[in-house]
Design a protein. Sequence first.
Length: 144
Amino acid sequence: MLELTRTQRDEIVAQAEREYPHECCGLLLGRMEDGRRKSVVEVFPVSNAREEPARHNRSLITPDEYLRGEGRARERRLDVVGNYHSHPDHPAAPSEFDREHAWPTWSYVIVSVRGGKAEDVRSWELAADRSRFDEEEVSQGGEP
């Protein structure tokens, strides 16, 4: 389960709509609670480093950006518990490319954006054997 506040969800959606028709991306900083529940404390937007025209259907977080996110998490005594990205003009479901590049235990929030307007926000977790994604319940955590 992923706990995400309405404000955090709205931040992700706003970035996805702003960056349309390209994919947006970012990290989810928070804590693993009770061994399964991930509680997001901060949404950490990063720029999509993919070159044109791949930015329409692929996102890339550079090692430097990832390290910057990890540094921010460490400063706040948090962990990177997942990432998010948008799917311009496609469903909020992971692609085969997403599965090949995912890590078990992380949450993967995907925003479907059609014509510049977000339509759906869903979260996924990679199965331990890396064979598939399972949809993850998203609960609205308490607002800070």
